[in-house]
Design a protein around this ligand. Structure first.
Ligand SMILES: [Zn+2]
Length: 434
């Protein structure tokens, strides 16, 4: 039934790592019998004990039944008629069931593994996840016998990718494989465990912002867990979802929540800016150098962003900032030009280093400046954003403009804004912060 797991576990038992769980299961045999009755309507005799001894005489394991436990040894019988598929040899005796001489029945073994390996999420096929089924039994065993909350249950059959079931057995394996190259483990876990009761997980990354939104959702969970303000609604239990999404079950949740995480959309943009010093920009945004963990997060996200741009990203996310003023910017009207000129005022000469220009700190600050400047001139935001996209990308749409501007050199931004705002006045040398 689970051959891979069985053979692999057979290496674990001789190490003694399972001994504590075997002892607990035997001490609480009455609890196990009771929950089998309750959860699965399986009635074992009152002498039944939840451990399978390997017969010392014939070596079989499925033919033995343990009927007594004295705290150190079990009494077992290798019965001829216990199961239909094998005949026991009739041997009986006392043996210490440790160090590989016995194993736990499947449901107990499964629950014990959750504790042994610190499992916090266990994808589970629908066949095991039915009411009263194997998973329910192991959940009950985890709680009542091993006194541990079972992992979050995920029926992975319900994950639909682009409206079709994701499955490695139905020709969609390639897609499933590709998706894990773009989505790191913590965001993939978020996809599975975010609260969507009784709903299939609809996830359509092809040509959409589904993957950036998944990162944003994870970051929102982190923000909320860290007590930072978040926009929009928060599902109840967000702290648990964040905790379970973390790759390391023993992680310091507060430290993880507090860590600086770069916005995925911003990174996807920066990844396309030639020569952008991304770690330096991220340090600016954080307001301090990134620590080693944050640097690792950045590297992982940058790789994911590049993979996304090469695979699933919609065309509008792929863009190139024009090195010279785009011809298309000639279509802008006077109001839009006035807006760009006013926005150039948001970029001020920096007081403390080399007289270089500095802009609003980060994408959000730029976004705020854009809205405020447009509002001050009575220009609808849509036309303000179109002006920015035409001025920098040569097209009327693009990614979040605040992030776009935050990703560029402030001096370059100021120069371009002024050039487009007053095309006849700025044909001279670059950099005039008039
Ligand atoms: Zn035997």
């Amino acid at each position: 039934m689970h051959p891979d797991r069985y053979y692999w576990m057979s290496d674990i038992y001789p190490t003694g790592a399972m001994d504590g769980y075997i002892r607990t299961a035997l001490d609480r045999a009455h609890v196990v019998r009771d929950l089998y009755r309750r959860v699965s309507n399986v009635q074992h005799p009152d002498t039944w004990h939840p451990v399978l001894v390997i017969c010392e005489q014939c070596g079989k394991v499925g033919t033995t039944i343990v009927t007594r436990w004295d705290g150190e040894r079990v009494y077992y019988e290798c019965r001829a008629n216990l199961v239909t598929w094998a005949a026991g040899c009739g041997h009986s005796g006392w043996v210490a069931p440790f160090g590989g001489r016995a194993k736990l029945p499947w449901n107990l073994e499964w629950a014990a593994q959750w504790s042994l390996f610190g499992v916090t999420i266990e994808p589970c096929g629908k066949d095991l996840a039915t009411a009263g089924g194997s998973r329910d039994r192991s959940d009950a065993i985890a709680r009542e016998v091993f006194e541990r909350e079972p992992p979050i249950n995920v029926a992975y059959e319900f994950l639909n990718i682009g409206g079709r079931k994701m499955s490695t057995s139905k020709g969609r394996g390639a897609a499933a494989h590709r998706i894990v190259e773009v989505i790191p483990p913590e965001q993939l876990r978020t996809l599975f465990i975010r609260p969507r009761p009784n709903h299939a997980i609809e996830f359509d990354p092809e040509g959409t912002d589904a993957i950036p939104r998944l990162f944003d959702e994870f970051d929102k969970l982190a923000d909320a867990t860290a007590g930072r303000p978040v926009k929009g609604e928060l599902a109840p239990g967000f702290e648990s979802v964040f905790r379970y999404a973390l790759r390391d079950a023993g992680a310091d949740v507060a430290a993880e929540a507090a860590a600086f995480r770069p916005n995925f959309g911003h990174l996807a943009f920066l990844a396309q800016v030639p020569g952008a010093d991304i770690p330096a920009r991220m340090a600016d945004e954080k307001g301090a150098p990134l620590d080693a963990h944050e640097r690792a997060i950045l590297d992982e996200r940058l790789a994911a962003a590049r993979a996304w741009l090469e695979s699933y990203a919609p065309d509008r996310a792929r863009m190139a900032v024009r090195e010279t003023t785009p011809e298309e910017a000639g279509a802008l009207d006077d109001e839009q030009r006035a807006f760009l000129g006013a926005l150039a005022g948001a970029v001020v000469p920096g007081p403390d280093h080399d007289g270089a220009a500095s802009g609003p700190a980060g994408g959000d600050a730029w976004q705020t400046a854009i809205f405020a400047t447009a509002a001050g001139l009575g220009l609808p935001p849509g036309r303000a954003f179109a002006a920015l996209y035409l001025a920098f990308l040569g097209r009327p749409n693009g990614p979040r403009a605040g992030w776009l501007l935050a990703g560029l050199e402030p001096a370059f931004v100021a120069r371009r804004l002024r050039e487009v705002a007053a095309p006849d006045a700025t044909m001279g040398p670059a950099g005039g912060a008039a």
